[in-house]
Design a protein around this ligand. Structure first.
Ligand code: 2P0
Length: 352
């Protein structure tokens, strides 16, 4: 008897131009485009195995070994059902001999090989790996951009984890979301010197979830409207050009400015949202000073901090400076065991 099973893995990504706000909460359509770098060392991935079998009673997910209920009408169910629909339309309807996998329930097991203590959100790599594994199981002829349309409906940032390297999520304009997908800006090999140092300030789960926080921002922040209309479009173009030109100075300036503005719109939310803490801010001060000295000595910036919806710092730098930055962090924050240089990362090949 045939076994219908496939495994795929997907990487974590960290945005330089931040996604924050939805114009459609069901389809997960963003209020602005975003751009990320994929962190792709082998120990920072979600790996998912999917199996379809006529004997299975219902779709089931195990997340890190624990049963994770699939809510009817929820994001997971949406992704699974959409992939089943594509299996039927793109494979079974075209080839009468293809097994009718779209009619079988699936069992899905997903693991993150990075510890919760890494302080990294796992929804992006998790949904990207889930979509990739089902697409492989169903032998879909879909491109990564086409699959990103589905991963997006699991978690917005997940669409960017369908690629390695430098990835843009184009917000699109259509109401059905068909033009809101991820595209590769450049592969990791284009600028392999790019590294990311992750500083784990706090590995606790964040106070305000991204999903609810960003909608409060959409509803209450005037600054967000300015950001969407007048800031992000130019930054998307400028950072894409900086990546193409391997211009670290421009990349760093834009990345830090966008992190700052994302946290400013969080603060501009009613009631205000604070994701960074005093240690996060001290790291910003350290990087600002480090860059000031570097600029004076060499005429160039050496580091770019960025913070997501939590206090942990990700510091982008070129390989030649990575060791110095890790040492600097250890020097100024010696008591913090949580600062962890195990996670020196670099962009990579994306989905395997
Ligand atoms: C980003 N973040 O671009 C931004 C920056 C957090 C700060 O994407 O509601 O977990 O599942 O679409 O993708 C976090 O938001 O939110 C996020 P949903 P998601 O990476």
């Amino acid at each position: 008897m045939s076994v219908f099973q496939a495994t795929a893995s997907a990487p974590v990504n960290i945005a330089c131009i931040k996604y924050w706000g939805k114009r459609d909460t069901k389809l997960i359509l963003p209020t602005n485009s975003s751009l990320s770098v994929t962190l792709d060392q082998d120990h920072l991935r979600s790996t998912t195995t999917s199996r379809a079998d006529p004997s299975f009673k219902k779709d089931t997910l195990w997340l890190n070994g624990k049963d994770d209920p699939i809510k009817e009408g929820g994001r997971l169910a949406t992704c699974i059902n959409e992939l089943k629909r594509l299996r039927k339309v793109l494979v079974e309807d075209k080839d009468a001999s293809a097994p009718k996998l779209s009619t079988y329930a699936v069992h899905i097991a997903s693991y993150n090989n990075f510890p919760t203590a890494a302080g990294l959100a796992s929804s992006a790599s998790g949904f990207a790996a889930l979509v990739s594994s089902l697409a492989k199981l169903y032998e879909l002829p879909s491109t990564p951009s086409e699959l990103s349309l589905i991963a997006r409906q699991g978690s917005g940032s997940a669409c960017r984890s369908l690629f390695g390297g430098y990835v843009a999520w184009e917000m699109g304009t259509k109401a059905d979301g068909s033009d809101s997908y991820a595209v590769e800006v450049a592969p990791q090999s284009h600028w392999p010197e790019m590294h990311a140092v992750i500083c784990v300030v706090n590995d606790a789960k964040k106070g305000t979830s991204s999903t609810s926080g960003m909608q409060r921002t959409v509803e209450t922040s005037a600054l967000l409207q300015h950001r969407i209309k007048h800031v992000v479009p130019k930054r998307m173009a400028d950072i894409s050009a900086a990546i193409q030109a391997r211009d670290f100075d421009a990349f760093a300036q834009i990345t830090m400015a966008d992190s700052n503005q994302f946290h400013a719109v969080a603060l501009d939310t009613e009631p205000p949202i604070f994701y960074m803490n005093d240690v996060s801010k001290a790291i910003i001060a350290l990087i600002v000073e480090y860059n000031r000295v570097a600029l004076e000595k060499t005429g160039h910036l050496k580091a770019a901090y960025t913070y997501d919806a939590g206090p942990n710092a990700v510091i982008y730098t070129l390989q030649e400076n990575a060791k110095e930055i890790v040492e600097l962090i250890h020097k100024y924050f010696p008591q913090k065991e949580a600062f962890n240089d195990r996670f020196q990362l670099f962009g990579g090949e994306g989905v395997k």
